[in-house]
Design a binder for this molecule. Structure first.
Ligand SMILES: [Zn+2]
Length: 117
């Protein structure tokens, strides 16, 4: 399982509402973003008022993570995460783009699910 820990605290609802409103106003463009440095992955940037989002890296990380759980069902979460990190650091832009494209070809939309921990 790949996850982010969520807090129950909501310290700044005004800021959240401002961000939601901005989503309705801002040009949002999905595109792959190549980093100037070979050792970086860029998930997004704000360029001249346009918000450019690159979902490839986060998605590829998650897909590799879950595929490794499938390949190695008895390995620990920590071991899986370590393998993802090592694999991801070895991939160049062309490999990430190709893997992400294959994920998009293979994916199906499913029903919402809950994860029982
Ligand atoms: Zn996991």
């Amino acid at each position: 399982m790949s996850r982010i820990t969520r807090s129950t605290r909501r310290p700044d609802r005004a800021l959240w509402l401002r961000v939601v409103a901005e989503l309705g106003a801002a040009p949002v463009i999905e595109a792959y973003i190549s980093a100037a440095e070979d050792d970086e992955y860029i998930d997004g940037l704000c360029e001249g008022g346009d918000v450019v989002i690159n979902p490839a890296h986060q998605t590829v990380d998650t897909v590799i993570h879950e595929l490794l759980h499938r390949i190695y069902p008895h390995r620990t979460e920590r071991s899986i995460r370590r393998s993802v990190t090592i694999l991801r650091r070895s991939l160049d832009d062309a490999e990430v783009i190709a893997f992400y494209a294959e994920y998009k070809r293979r994916r199906r939309t499913g029903r919402p699910r809950s994860a029982d921990l």
